[in-house]
Write a protein that binds this ligand. Structure first.
Ligand code: GDP
Ligand code: IMO
Ligand code: MG
Length: 454
């Protein structure tokens, strides 16, 4: 069977930890979209792993696959694999030959366009990893795929076509001087070598066949979403989004496994008990922003309660895994979760960071929005309208800080009663059962109610 792990909010909900939690029963863990913009944390005992590309199952020695929906920077991948080997793990990662390759010019153009947009306060606040420009080339039918790295003639031909275009774009449209990142010969040499290593280590596969064979043989496959529903290119708050589909449908298109198989399995929505966001765009329930990080939407709560935001940010360690940027913090946004539940078809929820909110007198949630005199229960489709939504808050009595390790051991009933009220409310509102409650970053610091593989 399959289990799909999907972020229900804006990324960093604790997906890596949940992949690790349930990963023991999986035979293969598959990323289906995104690239090294992701930063997934797994805490095993005293060891903390921050993974960008290698699927989180590596910590449990599971085979990892990067599906065709991913964009792969080979340099990041090899560095990450080498670093894991140095720490005593043995990552076995297979790349879809249909996955697209990130080149240095993609990263350069990512930065160049962000810089250009910043003149009008319109930058997305990307991770700068070249994600958008690589997906642009994929859709523009001029991308280089992993399979092309294995055939030097094809690689050279493709680079000779595309690189002069990129150079012209950088120099003539944006007026930026270019260097080695836009040099065909240098790129060819570097990426041909990556191809040789991929071939030598037998790392490339037809992902659909590879996974289909295993599913037919009764193996368990886990799909590890990156990012989250509200930064999905289609279902997120465009244009403040990433360039792929983190939503559950992406698990099918991004791997070559059929929608029936993905939908026949479980889809677990990962929810942070509050909200964080790195990068720009609206955030109706924002507590306090990070100055300058919310172009165009500064009025929406920034500064209103910066002290509380700061408290949660520090207690939760809310700094970007990839870029180190401080994350913006807000109360849980329930219309956002209703949108995510419908889009993804969650069969279960994992609600994390319940420990981080402990000790507050009051915990609030945005229950619905007011917009132009109307009450809305789900997110409007345009970002302009979402940006004008005023949340209707509901207030919950806070819960005390307790020994969460003991709570994790004893189970759901050991969670402080007020926290259970909060959790039950969330579960009811989106009509989905809770499978797990995160009460700390560690593998053992989770109250497990249900295991999707059982
Ligand atoms: P991902 O991108 O969704 O995998 O999430 P990140 O790894 O970027 O961010 C989640 C952070 O919160 C990591 O540092 C995790 O170790 C940590 N974390 C996950 N679940 C919990 C939890 O229930 N409580 C606390 N305190 N930390 C958690
Ligand atoms: P994980 O998998 C949180 C955000 C960026 C930016 C927008 C576009 O760890 O949850 P991109 O570089 O993808 O073009 O940036 O998306 N973003 C994330 N935010 N968690 C992530 O990944 C993210 N990956 C991208 O901050 O706002
Ligand atoms: Mg992350």
């Amino acid at each position: 069977m399959t289990v799909t792990i999907v972020g229900s909010q804006l990324g960093d909900e604790g997906k890596g930890g949940v992949v690790d939690l349930y990963g023991d029963a999986a035979d293969v863990v598959v990323r289906y979209q995104g690239g090294d913009n992701a930063g997934h944390t797994v805490v095993e005992g005293d060891e903390e792993y921050k993974l960008s590309l290698v699927p989180s199952g590596a910590v449990r020695d599971k085979v990892g696959v990067l599906g065709n929906g991913c964009v792969v920077n080979p340099e990041t991948l090899f560095d990450e694999m080498d670093a894991l080997r140095e720490r005593g793990l043995d990552p076995d990662v297979r790349l879809a030959r249909r996955a697209h390759v990130i080149f240095p010019y993609h990263r350069a153009l990512d930065g160049i366009e962000e810089e250009a947009k910043s003149d009008s306060d319109a930058e997305v606040g990307t991770t700068g990893r070249g994600i958008g420009p690589t997906y642009e080339d994929k859709v523009g039918r001029r991308g280089v795929r992993v399979g092309d790295l294995l055939d030097p003639d094809v690689l050279r031909e493709k680079l000779e076509y595309v690189v002069p275009q990129k150079r012209a774009l950088a120099e003539e449209v944006y007026g930026v001087e270019t260097g080695e990142e836009f040099n065909v010969d240098a790129l060819y040499e570097q990426y041909r070598e990556y191809g040789e290593r991929l071939a030598a280590e037998d790392m490339t596969v037809d992902a659909g066949d590879f996974l289909g064979d295993r599913i037919d043989a009764g193996k368990n496959v886990m799909f590890e979403g990156a990012q989250g529903t509200v930064i999905d290119i289609d279902h997120g708050n465009y244009p403040y989004v990433t360039s792929s589909n983190p939503t559950a449908g992406g698990a099918a298109t991004g791997t070559g496994v059929s929608p029936g198989v993905v939908g026949g399995g479980e889809v677990i929505g990962i929810v942070k008990a509050y909200l964080t966001r790195v990068g720009s765009g609206p955030l109706p329930t924002e507590l306090g922003g990070v100055a300058g990080d919310t172009p165009g939407y500064d009025e929406q709560g920034e500064g209103e309660n910066e002290e509380l935001a700061e408290y949660i940010r520090e207690k939760g360690g809310e700094y970007g895994t990839v870029t180190g940027r401080p994350r913006r913090v807000g109360w849980l946004d329930v219309p956002m979760l209703r949108h995510a539940a419908r889009t993804n078809g969650f069969t279960g929820l994992a609600i994390n960071h319940v420990d981080v909110l402990a000790g507050l007198d009051e915990v609030k949630v945005g229950h619905s929005y007011d917009l132009d005199g109307e009450e809305l229960f789900t997110m409007p489709a345009t970002t302009e309208r979402w940006g004008r939504c005023e949340p209707n808050f509901r207030s919950f009595d806070g819960w005390e800080d307790v020994d969460w390790d003991v709570v994790a051991e004893q189970g759901y009933d050991a969670i402080p009663a007020n926290a259970r009220r909060y959790l039950d409310y969330v579960s009811e509102q989106i009509d989905t059962d809770i499978y797990a409650v995160g009460v700390g970053p560690g593998r053992e610091q989770t109250v497990v109610l249900d295991d999707p593989f059982e």
